[in-house]
Design a protein around this ligand. Structure first.
Ligand SMILES: C[S@@+](CC[C@H](N)C(=O)[O-])C[C@H]1O[C@@H](n2cnc3c(N)ncnc32)[C@H](O)[C@@H]1O
Length: 217
């Protein structure tokens, strides 16, 4: 058994994914065009995520498993996450840290009500001791006090900020660090950067909506 597939986490994740399925962001009543515009705006993200503050917006179940698998197989002990929300991805990553023998996960979220929910979920999953939630805009909260070395990153906050968040973290990446960017197709600038020849990454689209990149050198 793994932490991911054993009690209490397995049942907790089943419940949280089922709740997220029942409350999809389409229900926020945002017209599709407005949603697209806000998703691609470097300034509209505060409004977008404030209007979506009651929605979990998790990674898919498959991406959750991928995160666990990557963190385990790379024996990650320091992980940084951009975009906590209710903590579903965080639970997968923290479970991997537990099964790797321990470590540190720094995650970032600016909606206080979501931080409270994530904390409850991490406690219910028995993983709170591994996770530091930094409350506020990740552009600030991830700009200092980072671990010397970062083994794995999940980018899952405002899509137009992916390049800026990469800038904050990049100097700490260990050679071979893995960067998972969810819905990266909404950040063409990010994709161009990690896919560019000589840009310091080996990168590929993985499944429908994930860009998986590895830091070289
Ligand atoms: C797609 S959700 C994250 C889902 C989460 N990773 C999961 O799988 O459960 C994106 C979250 O990022 C937060 N967010 C977006 N931009 C942010 C920023 N600049 N700083 C901190 N949090 C941000 C939003 O409030 C939202 O809760």
């Amino acid at each position: 058994m793994t932490t991911l597939t054993a009690a209490p986490l397995a049942l907790l994740l089943d419940r949280l994914f089922a709740e997220a399925d029942a409350k999809r962001p389409e229900l926020a009543g945002l017209p599709a065009e407005e949603l697209q515009a806000l998703m691609h705006s470097k300034t509209g993200y505060l409004e977008l995520y404030s209007r979506l503050k009651d929605f979990a917006l998790p990674v898919s179940r498959e991406t959750g498993r991928l995160l666990y698998l990557l963190a385990r197989s790379s024996q990650a002990t320091t992980i940084v996450e951009f975009g906590t929300s209710f903590g579903l991805s965080t639970l997968h990553l923290a479970a991997a840290l537990r099964d790797n023998g321990g470590g540190r996960l720094i995650t970032s979220e600016f909606e206080p009500s979501k931080v409270n929910i994530a904390r409850q979920n991490l406690s219910a999953g028995g993983l709170a001791d591994l996770v530091e939630i930094r409350v506020g805009d990740a552009l600030q909260t991830l700009s200092n006090d980072l671990p010397e070395q970062i083994d794995l990153v999940l980018l899952d906050g405002a899509k137009p900020l992916y390049p800026a968040i990469l800038d904050l973290l990049q100097s700490r990446f260990k050679p071979g660090a893995l960067i998972v960017a969810d819905n990266a197709d909404h950040s063409p600038e990010y994709l161009a950067r990690v896919r560019s020849a000589g840009g310091g990454y080996v990168s590929l689209p993985f499944a429908d909506d994930v860009e998986l990149s590895m830091r070289v050198g």
